[in-house]
Write a protein that binds this ligand. Structure first.
Ligand SMILES: C[S@@+](CC[C@H](N)C(=O)[O-])C[C@H]1O[C@@H](n2cnc3c(N)ncnc32)[C@H](O)[C@@H]1O
Length: 226
């Protein structure tokens, strides 16, 4: 079997596992998972491991998140992304999570596509994410921005979803300010090596509700709010 066939086989095996584990729970999630080629978002030397459900090293000592974690973010019980929505992803890394959000808010052929703005603070990773997003054909739906994502992205706020892929000790206030009414902020909050994944939703009266999806372990958010 060619390595392409091996990858496809492993991709389908992981899909089946994630369905059984009730991580992938909708047809739209399944389609998004099948569409985004994770092998194009990992380093060449890790390509044959692209569909193992684990974080993998990328550049600058950072990681692409495990597949189940990316799928949890786009699930109905977490960000619940809908077609047409505007998403801010903080911590673009490889660009994989941004592409997954793009498949959820702007799948090909819809009349009202949404858009994903993905911010990355490490210049080498800005270039990595940009080249991965361009090569895989997502440039019309994903914009990679070089900046400190803890401050959000004033030029395009407010956002229906702000998804943070790095752990902060406290919720950065600009991210709350840059949510639409009913907008959701997904953020791992806590200490080094252990955080809780919070979903904070802006209510019509401007107050915030909070849910806790449980323990996770992300690399730290750096910059002004790290
Ligand atoms: C777990 S990785 C994200 C993985 C990424 N979502 C993917 O799909 O590959 C966390 C990323 O957050 C970035 N990061 C940390 N602090 C940041 C900040 N203040 N602003 C923007 N990016 C930040 C790191 O450089 C790293 O690339």
């Amino acid at each position: 079997m060619s390595s392409h066939d091996d990858l496809l086989k492993e991709k389908m095996q992981t899909l089946s596992k994630l369905r059984n584990q009730k991580v992938i729970v909708t047809e739209r999630m399944e389609q998004a998972y099948l569409k985004v080629p994770r092998e194009e978002f990992v380093l060449e030397k890790h390509k044959d491991r692209a569909y193992i459900d684990t974080p993998l090293p990328i550049l600058s000592n950072q990681t692409i998140s495990a597949i189940h974690m990316v799928m949890i973010y786009v699930s109905p019980s977490c960000a619940d992304p809908q077609i047409g929505q505007k998403v801010l992803e903080v911590g673009a890394g490889s660009g994989y999570n941004a592409a997954m959000f793009a498949e959820m808010v702007a799948p090909e052929g819809v009349d009202n596509p949404g858009h994903v703005y993905a911010i990355e603070i490490i210049p080498e990773l800005v270039e990595f994410a940009k080249s991965n997003i361009e090569r895989t054909g997502y440039s019309d739906r994903v914009t990679i921005i070089a900046s400190d994502g803890g401050s959000g992205y004033l030029a395009e706020q407010p956002f229906d979803i702000i998804s943070v892929a790095a752990a902060s000790k406290k919720v950065p206030p600009p991210l709350l300010e840059q949510l639409t009414i009913n907008g959701k902020l997904i953020i791992p909050c806590g200490r080094m090596f252990y955080q809780e994944l919070l979903i904070i939703e802006k209510q019509p009266d401007g107050s915030f509700s909070e849910r806790n999806l449980g323990g996770v372990a992300f690399v730290p958010l750096t910059g002004k709010y790290g």
